[in-house]
Design a protein around this ligand. Structure first.
Ligand code: GLN
Length: 486
Protein backbone atom coordinates (compact mmCIF):
# COMPACT_ATOMS: atom_id res chain seq x y z
CA UNK A 1 0.00 0.00 0.00
CA UNK A 2 2.77 2.44 0.95
CA UNK A 3 4.24 2.38 -2.56
CA UNK A 4 0.92 2.51 -4.39
CA UNK A 5 0.08 5.47 -6.59
CA UNK A 6 -2.98 7.58 -5.83
CA UNK A 7 -4.73 5.92 -8.77
CA UNK A 8 -4.01 2.48 -7.28
CA UNK A 9 -5.10 3.58 -3.80
CA UNK A 10 -8.32 4.97 -5.26
CA UNK A 11 -9.04 1.66 -7.02
CA UNK A 12 -8.28 -0.33 -3.86
CA UNK A 13 -10.63 1.88 -1.85
CA UNK A 14 -13.42 1.62 -4.40
CA UNK A 15 -12.92 -2.16 -4.68
CA UNK A 16 -13.07 -2.34 -0.85
CA UNK A 17 -9.69 -4.11 -0.69
CA UNK A 18 -8.96 -1.62 2.07
CA UNK A 19 -11.13 0.95 3.84
CA UNK A 20 -10.19 4.59 4.27
CA UNK A 21 -10.16 4.06 8.05
CA UNK A 22 -7.63 1.22 7.66
CA UNK A 23 -5.49 3.23 5.25
CA UNK A 24 -5.60 6.32 7.48
CA UNK A 25 -4.73 4.23 10.53
CA UNK A 26 -1.76 2.76 8.66
CA UNK A 27 -0.36 6.26 8.08
CA UNK A 28 -1.20 7.45 11.62
CA UNK A 29 0.71 4.45 13.05
CA UNK A 30 3.68 5.38 10.87
CA UNK A 31 3.47 9.00 11.99
CA UNK A 32 3.45 7.79 15.60
CA UNK A 33 6.53 5.68 14.98
CA UNK A 34 8.61 7.92 12.71
CA UNK A 35 7.58 11.52 13.28
CA UNK A 36 9.41 11.92 16.63
CA UNK A 37 12.69 11.44 14.74
CA UNK A 38 11.80 13.14 11.42
CA UNK A 39 9.63 16.05 12.70
CA UNK A 40 7.70 16.25 9.43
CA UNK A 41 4.40 17.15 11.09
CA UNK A 42 3.78 20.07 13.45
CA UNK A 43 0.20 19.11 14.30
CA UNK A 44 -1.80 15.91 14.01
CA UNK A 45 -5.35 15.26 15.14
CA UNK A 46 -5.96 11.54 14.88
CA UNK A 47 -9.62 11.80 15.86
CA UNK A 48 -10.38 14.37 13.22
CA UNK A 49 -8.49 12.38 10.53
CA UNK A 50 -10.31 9.17 11.42
CA UNK A 51 -13.68 10.96 11.41
CA UNK A 52 -12.95 12.15 7.86
CA UNK A 53 -11.93 8.59 6.94
CA UNK A 54 -15.23 7.21 8.26
CA UNK A 55 -17.15 9.80 6.23
CA UNK A 56 -15.10 8.81 3.17
CA UNK A 57 -15.96 5.15 3.71
CA UNK A 58 -19.66 6.08 3.68
CA UNK A 59 -19.13 7.94 0.38
CA UNK A 60 -17.20 4.99 -1.03
CA UNK A 61 -20.07 2.66 -0.09
CA UNK A 62 -22.59 4.93 -1.80
CA UNK A 63 -20.72 5.14 -5.13
CA UNK A 64 -20.40 8.92 -4.80
CA UNK A 65 -16.64 8.65 -4.49
CA UNK A 66 -14.27 10.91 -6.44
CA UNK A 67 -10.69 9.97 -7.40
CA UNK A 68 -9.17 11.13 -4.06
CA UNK A 69 -12.02 10.08 -1.76
CA UNK A 70 -10.61 8.34 1.30
CA UNK A 71 -6.97 9.09 0.47
CA UNK A 72 -4.83 10.50 3.31
CA UNK A 73 -3.11 13.78 2.38
CA UNK A 74 -0.72 15.95 4.42
CA UNK A 75 -1.38 19.71 4.39
CA UNK A 76 1.39 22.29 4.70
CA UNK A 77 0.87 24.31 7.87
CA UNK A 78 0.48 27.49 5.79
CA UNK A 79 -3.14 26.58 4.90
CA UNK A 80 -5.88 27.56 7.32
CA UNK A 81 -7.96 24.49 8.17
CA UNK A 82 -11.04 25.06 10.29
CA UNK A 83 -10.57 23.84 13.86
CA UNK A 84 -6.91 22.95 13.22
CA UNK A 85 -3.99 24.76 14.75
CA UNK A 86 -2.37 26.66 11.86
CA UNK A 87 1.07 28.00 12.78
CA UNK A 88 2.94 28.79 9.53
CA UNK A 89 5.99 27.51 11.40
CA UNK A 90 5.99 30.55 13.69
CA UNK A 91 5.76 31.29 17.37
CA UNK A 92 3.54 34.19 16.26
CA UNK A 93 0.77 31.70 15.38
CA UNK A 94 1.72 28.94 17.81
CA UNK A 95 -1.77 28.87 19.37
CA UNK A 96 -3.82 30.05 16.40
CA UNK A 97 -6.80 27.82 15.60
CA UNK A 98 -8.05 28.67 12.12
CA UNK A 99 -11.73 29.65 12.07
CA UNK A 100 -12.18 28.83 8.37
CA UNK A 101 -10.83 26.62 5.58
CA UNK A 102 -8.41 27.80 2.90
CA UNK A 103 -9.65 27.23 -0.65
CA UNK A 104 -7.16 24.36 -1.04
CA UNK A 105 -8.38 22.65 2.15
CA UNK A 106 -11.99 23.11 1.05
CA UNK A 107 -11.23 21.51 -2.31
CA UNK A 108 -9.66 18.44 -0.65
CA UNK A 109 -12.58 18.21 1.79
CA UNK A 110 -15.06 18.38 -1.09
CA UNK A 111 -13.10 15.63 -2.84
CA UNK A 112 -13.49 13.43 0.26
CA UNK A 113 -9.75 13.28 0.99
CA UNK A 114 -8.51 12.78 4.56
CA UNK A 115 -6.38 15.49 6.22
CA UNK A 116 -3.61 13.59 8.03
CA UNK A 117 -2.06 16.64 9.66
CA UNK A 118 -0.17 19.89 9.19
CA UNK A 119 3.40 19.66 7.95
CA UNK A 120 6.43 21.49 9.23
CA UNK A 121 7.87 24.41 7.27
CA UNK A 122 10.27 27.32 7.49
CA UNK A 123 8.79 30.21 9.46
CA UNK A 124 6.32 32.05 7.19
CA UNK A 125 7.83 30.01 4.32
CA UNK A 126 11.11 31.92 4.52
CA UNK A 127 13.96 29.51 4.11
CA UNK A 128 15.48 26.68 2.07
CA UNK A 129 16.28 24.15 4.79
CA UNK A 130 13.29 24.07 7.15
CA UNK A 131 15.66 25.20 9.90
CA UNK A 132 13.88 28.51 10.51
CA UNK A 133 10.77 26.68 11.83
CA UNK A 134 9.82 27.56 15.40
CA UNK A 135 8.99 23.86 15.76
CA UNK A 136 12.48 22.61 15.02
CA UNK A 137 14.29 21.32 11.96
CA UNK A 138 13.00 18.44 9.82
CA UNK A 139 15.35 15.55 9.00
CA UNK A 140 15.92 14.35 5.46
CA UNK A 141 14.69 10.73 5.44
CA UNK A 142 17.53 9.69 3.07
CA UNK A 143 20.16 10.91 5.51
CA UNK A 144 19.15 12.29 8.87
CA UNK A 145 22.21 14.56 9.02
CA UNK A 146 20.90 16.42 5.99
CA UNK A 147 18.23 19.10 5.60
CA UNK A 148 15.04 18.20 3.68
CA UNK A 149 15.07 21.57 1.89
CA UNK A 150 12.51 24.27 2.43
CA UNK A 151 10.22 25.82 2.96
CA UNK A 152 7.93 22.81 2.30
CA UNK A 153 10.46 20.53 4.05
CA UNK A 154 7.92 18.73 6.22
CA UNK A 155 5.77 17.93 3.18
CA UNK A 156 8.72 16.60 1.18
CA UNK A 157 9.91 14.51 4.12
CA UNK A 158 6.40 13.13 4.74
CA UNK A 159 6.02 12.03 1.10
CA UNK A 160 9.50 10.48 0.91
CA UNK A 161 9.13 8.65 4.24
CA UNK A 162 5.65 7.38 3.32
CA UNK A 163 4.00 9.32 6.13
CA UNK A 164 1.21 10.35 3.71
CA UNK A 165 0.02 9.38 0.24
CA UNK A 166 0.71 12.88 -1.12
CA UNK A 167 1.03 16.42 0.22
CA UNK A 168 0.47 20.08 -0.51
CA UNK A 169 3.19 22.70 -0.62
CA UNK A 170 3.65 26.33 -1.58
CA UNK A 171 6.37 27.89 -3.69
CA UNK A 172 7.36 31.57 -3.57
CA UNK A 173 10.92 31.14 -4.83
CA UNK A 174 11.38 27.37 -4.96
CA UNK A 175 9.72 25.95 -1.86
CA UNK A 176 7.97 23.08 -3.64
CA UNK A 177 10.70 22.24 -6.15
CA UNK A 178 13.83 22.51 -3.97
CA UNK A 179 12.59 20.29 -1.10
CA UNK A 180 11.14 17.86 -3.68
CA UNK A 181 14.62 17.65 -5.24
CA UNK A 182 16.41 17.24 -1.91
CA UNK A 183 14.00 14.51 -0.72
CA UNK A 184 13.80 12.58 -4.01
CA UNK A 185 10.13 13.22 -4.78
CA UNK A 186 8.13 15.10 -7.44
CA UNK A 187 6.49 18.50 -7.06
CA UNK A 188 4.89 21.10 -9.30
CA UNK A 189 4.34 24.83 -8.87
CA UNK A 190 1.62 25.74 -11.34
CA UNK A 191 1.25 28.97 -13.29
CA UNK A 192 0.66 31.91 -10.93
CA UNK A 193 -3.08 32.33 -10.35
CA UNK A 194 -4.00 28.69 -10.99
CA UNK A 195 -4.52 27.71 -7.34
CA UNK A 196 -6.40 30.15 -5.11
CA UNK A 197 -4.39 31.77 -2.33
CA UNK A 198 -7.51 32.26 -0.19
CA UNK A 199 -6.69 31.11 3.34
CA UNK A 200 -3.05 30.47 2.45
CA UNK A 201 -0.97 32.59 4.80
CA UNK A 202 0.70 35.30 2.70
CA UNK A 203 4.46 35.70 2.35
CA UNK A 204 5.01 37.53 -0.98
CA UNK A 205 1.61 37.68 -2.68
CA UNK A 206 2.79 38.30 -6.25
CA UNK A 207 4.95 35.15 -6.10
CA UNK A 208 3.18 32.71 -3.70
CA UNK A 209 1.57 29.74 -5.38
CA UNK A 210 0.37 26.41 -4.00
CA UNK A 211 0.96 23.07 -5.65
CA UNK A 212 1.12 19.33 -5.00
CA UNK A 213 4.03 17.15 -3.87
CA UNK A 214 3.96 13.40 -4.46
CA UNK A 215 6.14 10.52 -5.58
CA UNK A 216 5.31 10.67 -9.29
CA UNK A 217 3.85 12.93 -11.99
CA UNK A 218 0.71 10.82 -12.33
CA UNK A 219 -0.13 11.55 -8.67
CA UNK A 220 0.62 15.26 -9.15
CA UNK A 221 -1.95 15.39 -11.97
CA UNK A 222 -4.70 13.95 -9.74
CA UNK A 223 -3.80 16.35 -6.94
CA UNK A 224 -3.77 19.34 -9.29
CA UNK A 225 -7.21 18.35 -10.60
CA UNK A 226 -8.51 18.89 -7.06
CA UNK A 227 -6.53 22.01 -6.13
CA UNK A 228 -7.12 24.23 -9.18
CA UNK A 229 -10.11 26.25 -10.30
CA UNK A 230 -11.41 29.81 -10.18
CA UNK A 231 -12.09 31.30 -6.74
CA UNK A 232 -13.57 34.78 -6.51
CA UNK A 233 -12.10 35.22 -3.01
CA UNK A 234 -8.58 35.57 -4.48
CA UNK A 235 -8.30 38.60 -6.77
CA UNK A 236 -5.45 36.96 -8.70
CA UNK A 237 -7.31 33.68 -9.27
CA UNK A 238 -7.56 33.00 -13.00
CA UNK A 239 -10.89 32.47 -14.71
CA UNK A 240 -10.18 29.49 -16.92
CA UNK A 241 -12.05 26.34 -17.82
CA UNK A 242 -11.38 23.44 -15.51
CA UNK A 243 -8.89 21.05 -17.12
CA UNK A 244 -7.91 17.43 -16.60
CA UNK A 245 -4.17 17.53 -15.89
CA UNK A 246 -3.87 13.78 -16.52
CA UNK A 247 -5.19 14.02 -20.07
CA UNK A 248 -1.81 14.04 -21.82
CA UNK A 249 0.19 11.73 -19.53
CA UNK A 250 0.55 8.93 -22.06
CA UNK A 251 1.50 11.01 -25.11
CA UNK A 252 4.81 9.99 -26.69
CA UNK A 253 7.60 12.58 -26.51
CA UNK A 254 8.84 12.32 -30.09
CA UNK A 255 9.53 15.81 -31.42
CA UNK A 256 9.61 17.48 -28.00
CA UNK A 257 12.07 20.42 -28.00
CA UNK A 258 13.96 20.75 -24.72
CA UNK A 259 15.76 24.03 -24.07
CA UNK A 260 18.90 23.91 -21.94
CA UNK A 261 19.82 27.37 -20.61
CA UNK A 262 23.58 27.74 -20.57
CA UNK A 263 23.32 29.81 -17.37
CA UNK A 264 21.97 26.74 -15.50
CA UNK A 265 25.06 24.65 -16.24
CA UNK A 266 27.71 27.19 -15.35
CA UNK A 267 29.93 27.73 -12.31
CA UNK A 268 28.36 26.83 -8.97
CA UNK A 269 26.67 23.61 -10.11
CA UNK A 270 27.97 20.56 -8.27
CA UNK A 271 29.41 17.66 -10.24
CA UNK A 272 26.93 15.24 -8.64
CA UNK A 273 23.94 17.21 -9.80
CA UNK A 274 25.39 17.98 -13.24
CA UNK A 275 25.99 14.32 -14.04
CA UNK A 276 22.48 13.19 -12.98
CA UNK A 277 20.87 16.00 -14.96
CA UNK A 278 22.97 15.15 -18.01
CA UNK A 279 21.95 11.50 -17.74
CA UNK A 280 18.31 12.55 -17.57
CA UNK A 281 18.75 14.67 -20.71
CA UNK A 282 20.31 11.66 -22.45
CA UNK A 283 17.25 9.60 -21.46
CA UNK A 284 14.98 12.26 -22.97
CA UNK A 285 16.90 12.05 -26.23
CA UNK A 286 16.21 8.30 -26.24
CA UNK A 287 12.54 9.11 -25.75
CA UNK A 288 12.62 11.18 -28.95
CA UNK A 289 13.28 14.70 -27.69
CA UNK A 290 15.63 17.15 -29.37
CA UNK A 291 17.89 19.52 -27.48
CA UNK A 292 18.08 23.26 -28.11
CA UNK A 293 20.71 25.49 -26.50
CA UNK A 294 19.10 28.59 -25.08
CA UNK A 295 20.08 31.54 -22.93
CA UNK A 296 18.32 33.33 -20.08
CA UNK A 297 20.71 36.29 -19.85
CA UNK A 298 18.99 38.04 -16.94
CA UNK A 299 18.58 34.93 -14.78
CA UNK A 300 21.75 35.83 -12.87
CA UNK A 301 19.78 38.77 -11.46
CA UNK A 302 16.91 36.61 -10.22
CA UNK A 303 18.20 36.07 -6.67
CA UNK A 304 19.01 39.75 -5.99
CA UNK A 305 15.71 40.88 -7.53
CA UNK A 306 13.78 38.32 -5.47
CA UNK A 307 15.49 39.45 -2.25
CA UNK A 308 14.23 42.98 -2.87
CA UNK A 309 10.68 42.14 -3.96
CA UNK A 310 9.84 39.21 -1.66
CA UNK A 311 10.93 41.02 1.54
CA UNK A 312 9.09 44.18 0.37
CA UNK A 313 5.85 42.23 0.04
CA UNK A 314 6.54 40.29 3.24
CA UNK A 315 7.10 43.46 5.26
CA UNK A 316 3.66 44.62 4.21
CA UNK A 317 1.90 41.25 4.63
CA UNK A 318 3.40 40.61 8.05
CA UNK A 319 2.39 44.00 9.45
CA UNK A 320 -0.93 42.37 10.41
CA UNK A 321 0.77 40.46 13.24
CA UNK A 322 0.63 43.17 15.84
CA UNK A 323 -0.54 41.25 18.91
CA UNK A 324 -3.95 42.92 18.80
CA UNK A 325 -6.41 40.75 16.89
CA UNK A 326 -4.83 37.31 16.84
CA UNK A 327 -1.49 35.64 17.23
CA UNK A 328 1.16 36.07 19.86
CA UNK A 329 0.94 38.95 22.34
CA UNK A 330 3.82 39.73 24.70
CA UNK A 331 2.80 39.02 28.30
CA UNK A 332 4.18 42.33 29.62
CA UNK A 333 4.23 45.80 28.08
CA UNK A 334 3.85 49.43 29.10
CA UNK A 335 1.69 50.95 26.35
CA UNK A 336 0.31 50.18 22.88
CA UNK A 337 3.54 50.91 20.99
CA UNK A 338 5.48 48.80 23.46
CA UNK A 339 3.00 45.96 23.03
CA UNK A 340 3.46 46.01 19.22
CA UNK A 341 7.22 46.06 19.60
CA UNK A 342 7.51 43.32 22.18
CA UNK A 343 4.91 41.08 20.52
CA UNK A 344 6.71 41.27 17.18
CA UNK A 345 10.18 41.03 18.73
CA UNK A 346 9.23 37.88 20.64
CA UNK A 347 6.82 36.36 18.12
CA UNK A 348 9.03 36.41 15.00
CA UNK A 349 12.28 34.53 14.49
CA UNK A 350 15.56 35.98 13.18
CA UNK A 351 15.08 35.27 9.45
CA UNK A 352 11.58 36.77 9.42
CA UNK A 353 12.86 39.90 11.16
CA UNK A 354 15.71 40.18 8.66
CA UNK A 355 13.22 40.10 5.79
CA UNK A 356 10.89 42.64 7.42
CA UNK A 357 13.80 45.03 7.89
CA UNK A 358 15.08 44.62 4.31
CA UNK A 359 11.56 45.00 2.96
CA UNK A 360 10.83 48.10 4.98
CA UNK A 361 14.12 49.60 3.85
CA UNK A 362 13.62 49.01 0.11
CA UNK A 363 10.13 50.48 0.27
CA UNK A 364 11.13 53.53 2.25
CA UNK A 365 11.09 57.04 0.82
CA UNK A 366 14.39 57.75 -0.89
CA UNK A 367 15.21 54.09 -1.58
CA UNK A 368 12.04 52.96 -3.32
CA UNK A 369 13.19 54.08 -6.78
CA UNK A 370 16.70 52.76 -6.36
CA UNK A 371 15.71 49.27 -5.18
CA UNK A 372 12.05 48.36 -5.43
CA UNK A 373 11.29 50.03 -8.75
CA UNK A 374 14.56 48.86 -10.28
CA UNK A 375 13.82 45.29 -9.18
CA UNK A 376 10.35 45.45 -10.77
CA UNK A 377 11.93 46.48 -14.07
CA UNK A 378 14.40 43.59 -14.00
CA UNK A 379 11.55 41.23 -13.11
CA UNK A 380 9.98 42.20 -16.43
CA UNK A 381 13.24 41.49 -18.28
CA UNK A 382 13.48 38.06 -16.65
CA UNK A 383 9.96 37.24 -17.86
CA UNK A 384 10.96 38.48 -21.33
CA UNK A 385 13.93 36.07 -21.38
CA UNK A 386 11.54 33.15 -20.92
CA UNK A 387 9.19 34.50 -23.56
CA UNK A 388 12.07 34.53 -26.03
CA UNK A 389 13.24 31.08 -24.98
CA UNK A 390 9.81 29.52 -25.49
CA UNK A 391 9.91 30.61 -29.13
CA UNK A 392 12.65 28.00 -29.57
CA UNK A 393 11.59 25.16 -27.27
CA UNK A 394 8.57 23.52 -25.62
CA UNK A 395 10.03 23.00 -22.15
CA UNK A 396 13.19 24.13 -20.38
CA UNK A 397 15.25 21.71 -18.30
CA UNK A 398 18.07 21.99 -15.84
CA UNK A 399 18.97 21.30 -12.24
CA UNK A 400 16.47 22.19 -9.50
CA UNK A 401 19.16 22.94 -6.93
CA UNK A 402 22.91 23.50 -7.29
CA UNK A 403 23.77 20.66 -4.87
CA UNK A 404 22.23 17.68 -3.13
CA UNK A 405 20.86 18.19 0.40
CA UNK A 406 23.40 19.97 2.61
CA UNK A 407 24.12 19.10 6.24
CA UNK A 408 21.86 20.40 8.99
CA UNK A 409 23.38 23.52 10.51
CA UNK A 410 25.88 24.04 7.69
CA UNK A 411 24.40 27.23 6.18
CA UNK A 412 22.67 28.78 9.16
CA UNK A 413 25.26 31.51 9.65
CA UNK A 414 25.39 32.60 6.05
CA UNK A 415 22.05 33.80 4.67
CA UNK A 416 23.47 34.49 1.20
CA UNK A 417 24.69 30.89 0.85
CA UNK A 418 21.21 29.76 1.89
CA UNK A 419 19.56 32.11 -0.63
CA UNK A 420 21.68 30.65 -3.43
CA UNK A 421 19.98 27.25 -2.99
CA UNK A 422 17.15 28.69 -5.07
CA UNK A 423 19.32 30.11 -7.85
CA UNK A 424 17.61 27.96 -10.53
CA UNK A 425 14.05 28.14 -9.20
CA UNK A 426 13.43 31.80 -8.36
CA UNK A 427 13.27 33.19 -11.92
CA UNK A 428 10.26 30.94 -12.57
CA UNK A 429 8.27 32.59 -9.76
CA UNK A 430 9.30 36.07 -10.90
CA UNK A 431 7.92 35.25 -14.36
CA UNK A 432 4.80 33.50 -12.95
CA UNK A 433 5.59 30.36 -14.98
CA UNK A 434 4.91 26.75 -13.98
CA UNK A 435 7.91 24.74 -12.78
CA UNK A 436 8.41 21.26 -11.44
CA UNK A 437 11.07 18.99 -10.01
CA UNK A 438 11.33 15.22 -10.48
CA UNK A 439 13.85 12.73 -9.08
CA UNK A 440 16.81 12.13 -11.41
CA UNK A 441 19.10 9.89 -9.37
CA UNK A 442 21.50 10.25 -6.48
CA UNK A 443 24.75 12.02 -5.76
CA UNK A 444 27.91 10.20 -4.68
CA UNK A 445 26.82 10.89 -1.08
CA UNK A 446 23.60 8.90 -1.66
CA UNK A 447 21.42 12.01 -1.47
CA UNK A 448 18.76 12.61 -4.15
CA UNK A 449 19.09 14.90 -7.18
CA UNK A 450 16.20 16.74 -8.83
CA UNK A 451 15.63 17.61 -12.48
CA UNK A 452 13.77 20.86 -13.02
CA UNK A 453 11.22 21.16 -15.84
CA UNK A 454 9.92 24.63 -16.68
CA UNK A 455 6.92 25.04 -18.98
CA UNK A 456 5.23 27.93 -20.70
CA UNK A 457 2.14 29.50 -19.08
CA UNK A 458 -0.67 26.96 -18.55
CA UNK A 459 1.40 24.05 -19.90
CA UNK A 460 1.10 21.97 -16.72
CA UNK A 461 -0.53 19.04 -18.55
CA UNK A 462 2.38 18.97 -21.01
CA UNK A 463 4.97 19.17 -18.23
CA UNK A 464 3.29 16.29 -16.38
CA UNK A 465 3.37 14.30 -19.62
CA UNK A 466 7.09 15.05 -20.01
CA UNK A 467 7.73 13.98 -16.42
CA UNK A 468 5.53 10.87 -16.58
CA UNK A 469 7.17 9.50 -19.73
CA UNK A 470 10.58 9.76 -18.04
CA UNK A 471 9.16 8.07 -14.94
CA UNK A 472 7.87 5.19 -17.07
CA UNK A 473 11.41 4.72 -18.41
CA UNK A 474 13.30 5.12 -15.11
CA UNK A 475 12.74 4.17 -11.47
CA UNK A 476 14.33 7.03 -9.45
CA UNK A 477 10.92 8.20 -8.26
CA UNK A 478 10.00 4.72 -7.04
CA UNK A 479 12.97 4.38 -4.68
CA UNK A 480 12.42 4.62 -0.94
CA UNK A 481 14.86 5.71 1.76
CA UNK A 482 16.35 2.99 3.99
CA UNK A 483 15.24 2.74 7.61
CA UNK A 484 11.69 3.95 7.14
CA UNK A 485 10.19 0.56 7.99
CA UNK A 486 8.26 -0.15 4.81
N1 GLN B 1 14.00 29.87 -0.14
C1 GLN B 1 13.28 31.00 -0.62
C2 GLN B 1 13.09 32.00 0.49
O1 GLN B 1 13.63 31.79 1.51
C3 GLN B 1 11.96 30.59 -1.20
C4 GLN B 1 10.96 30.23 -0.18
C5 GLN B 1 9.63 29.87 -0.74
O2 GLN B 1 9.50 29.53 -1.91
N2 GLN B 1 8.61 29.98 0.09
O3 GLN B 1 12.41 32.97 0.37
Amino acid sequence: MLNSSLLQLGSALRAKTISSVELTQLYLDRINALNPALNAYITTNFESSLAQARAADTLLASDKAQPLTGIPIAQKDIFCAKGWRTTCGSRMLENFIAPYDAHVIEQFNNAGAVNLGKTNMDEFAMGSSNETSHFGAVKNPWDRNAVPGGSSGGAACAVAARLCAAATGTDTGGSIRQPAALCGISGIKPTYGTVSRYGMIAFASSLDQAGPMARGAEDLALMLNVMTGFDERDSTSLQRDKEDYARDLSKPLAGLRIGLPKEFFAEGLSQDVASCVNEAIAEYKKLGATIVDISLPNSRLAVPVYYVLAPAEASSNLSRYDGVRYGYRAPEYTDLADMYEKSRAQGFGAEVKRRIMIGTYVLSHGYYDAYYLQAQKIRRLIAQDFENAFKQCDVIMGPTSPSTAFDLGSKGDDPVQMYLSDIYTIAVNLAGLPGMSIPAGFGSNGRPVGLQIIGNYFKEAQMLNVAHQYQLATDHHGRAPQNIEL
